[in-house]
Design a protein around this ligand. Structure first.
Ligand SMILES: Cc1cc2nc3c(=O)[nH]c(=O)nc-3n(C[C@H](O)[C@H](O)[C@H](O)COP(=O)(O)OP(=O)(O)OC[C@H]3O[C@@H](n4cnc5c(N)ncnc54)[C@H](O)[C@@H]3O)c2cc1C
Length: 498
């Protein structure tokens, strides 16, 4: 495998420090929050001296979505503070990335660092079944210059730490072990800041900024506070998983580095090589496959039984006793709205779907980047408008509302398309070729479109598969919304499909 990234010249702040942005010039103008009456949403009243009015953006959470947002903003000179509850590196699920995410990583300026880490190169996905002779591979081969033909399998603890470190190197202030506990609202209801508790001292700190981004993943600090989420009743799933060590990726019965996704009547099983010798294996099934009370009591048995159904995965497991099974449950939800006054939601903080096509990190990166760019542009606009006439300020506020609605449409287009790919795939018996026959008849260039769909093609109007999926009213999840494309890889330019 590859060399590790050289140690950072400027290590992440591993423990709490009160943020200080004095050493970087702000691009923000005078439109700061200080003229607003600040009120803590849940009545916490830490000292006003903790308030830092110089920040442009506070990002709650330092996962991939938060880091992508921080990188986008910090690289353009914005003053960004990332508050991360955990001490990195910390365990996280979500180890298989998509080729469209490779392009976003490149644009964020971190692709070389990821490639130089222990990440395993992923060139395709194998879809296998209970019959070892029945399997298919989707090769991410690309004939387009824009699209990478590979992605990575990563140990998330390392990957997330690397992205956060890159954000800090780009100029973002990062405070780990800093848990956001509350929001600071202005008198008009706009979210102006957060209250957080740092591991080191436990005293609540207040900090304000012009924009707040909720990148707190499933915790959904702002999303939950404003009840913006709805559970997805179609996808009530549970995942059981463990990491097997002492494996040998050269014994992969398919192509080394690929993810394997094995289907059976009651769900599916993943096998993801996150290092040459470490295999992440997980079982996803209906939540009610486990006892309602104390679900862990049935976990070992269900895990072993489901993995045993997929011979091409079961044959890879080492004989040594495995580590304990772990569980994640009830992880599928959508959001009504991905913004509100003073804030945006990104990544899992907004929505999450069944991880069968490994899109979570890509969706987090793409929405994090887009949210960062939206906020940067809005700050530019605010600064250009500051101290001008009331009419101009009014017009700027209207542009702001339009930009936030556009971001909302972009986020929903990505997540909704992903939800629909999952529904369509299950409805077609887990076979995209069947889906095409059933829904569309003969599709010119079917392999090309299937590959693009599985590589992350969620933001285009030109893909016949996703266009058809979006037309199926029975699969409405986040609707009604008006799709907004702006593909993170191909952009919006119409392409000739020779
Ligand atoms: C079973 C399963 C399998 C999956 N497999 C894949 C896969 O193969 N590929 C893939 O791409 N995705 C997969 N995912 C999805 C993936 O894990 C997520 O989509 C991805 O991590 C989203 O990134 P994020 O940055 O939005 O959130 P996260 O990565 O969850 O980051 C959120 C961060 O916010 C921090 N935080 C939370 N609350 C607070 C607070 N109050 N204050 C401060 N910080 C806070 C957390 O500590 C965390 O670091 C899977 C998910 C599940 C459940």
């Amino acid at each position: 495998m590859r060399d590790h990234v050289p140690p950072s010249e400027r290590p992440l702040l591993a423990t709490h420090t009160t943020p200080s942005a004095q050493d970087r010039p702000s691009q923000a103008g005078a439109a700061a929050a200080m003229d607003l009456t600040e009120a803590s949403a849940a009545g916490a009243a830490p000292g006003a001296s903790d308030v830092d009015a110089d920040l442009d953006v506070i990002i709650i959470g330092g996962g991939p979505a938060g880091s992508a947002c921080a990188l986008t903003l910090a690289r353009q000179g914005r003053r960004v503070l990332v508050l991360e509850k955990a001490a990195f590196p910390r365990f996280h699920l979500g180890e298989s990335l998509l080729p469209y995410g490779t392009t976003v990583l490149r644009r964020l300026g971190v692709l070389d660092a990821v490639a130089a880490s222990d990440a395993v190169v992923k060139r395709g996905a194998e879809f296998c079944s209970t019959d070892p002779s029945h399997f298919r591979r989707v090769d991410f081969v690309s004939r387009d210059a824009e699209r990478a033909d590979y992605a990575f399998q990563v140990e998330r603890a390392q990957f997330d730490a690397l992205l956060l470190e890159q954000a800090a190197r780009a100029g973002a202030q990062v405070i780990q072990q800093a848990r956001v506990t509350d929001l600071i609202l202005a008198a008009d209801g706009r979210v102006r800041g957060v209250v957080y508790v740092a591991h080191a001292d436990q005293a609540p700190q207040r900090v304000t900024a012009r924009w707040i981004v909720d990148a707190s993943g499933r915790a959904g600090v702002i999303a939950q506070r404003f009840q913006l989420r709805q559970a997805n009743p179609r996808l009530r799933m549970v995942a059981l998983f463990r990491h097997y060590t002492g494996c040998d990726e050269r014994a992969n019965p398919g192509v080394q580095g690929d993810i394997q996704v094995g289907y059976h009547a009651d769900g599916w099983v993943w096998a993801i090589p996150i290092h040459e010798t470490v295999l992440s294996v997980g079982v996803v099934t209906a939540r009610d496959a486990l006892p309602a009370q104390n679900p862990m009591t049935g976990a070992d048995q269900v895990f072993a039984e489901h993995v045993g159904r997929i011979p091409r995965i079961a044959q890879r497991l080492p004989a040594a006793p495995p580590p304990p099974v772990r569980m994640e449950t009830d992880f599928c939800y959508g959001c009504q709205q991905a913004w509100g006054p003073g804030f945006l939601l990104v990544g899992d903080a907004a929505c999450f779907a069944d991880p069968v096509f490994s899109a979570g990190v890509f969706l987090g990166l793409a929405t994090g980047e887009r949210a960062g760019q939206t906020i940067h542009d809005l700050l530019d606009d605010q600064e250009a408008t500051a101290s001008r006439s009331v009419a101009r300020v009014q017009a700027q506020m209207e542009r702001e509302a339009a930009a936030l609605r556009a971001y909302d449409r972009f986020l929903k287009t990505g997540f909704d398309t992903y939800f629909r790919i999952i529904y369509g795939f299950y409805a077609a018996g887990c076979d995209f070729r069947q889906y095409l026959k059933w829904r569309l008849g003969r599709v010119a260039d079917a392999n090309y479109w299937i590959t693009r769909t599985l590589a992350g093609d969620f933001w285009t109007a030109e893909n016949p598969i996703t266009t058809d999926l979006r037309s199926e009213r029975a699969w409405d999840t986040l609707a009604p919304y008006d799709p907004l494309y702006g593909c993170p890889v191909y952009g919006d330019a119409p392409r000739s499909m020779e």
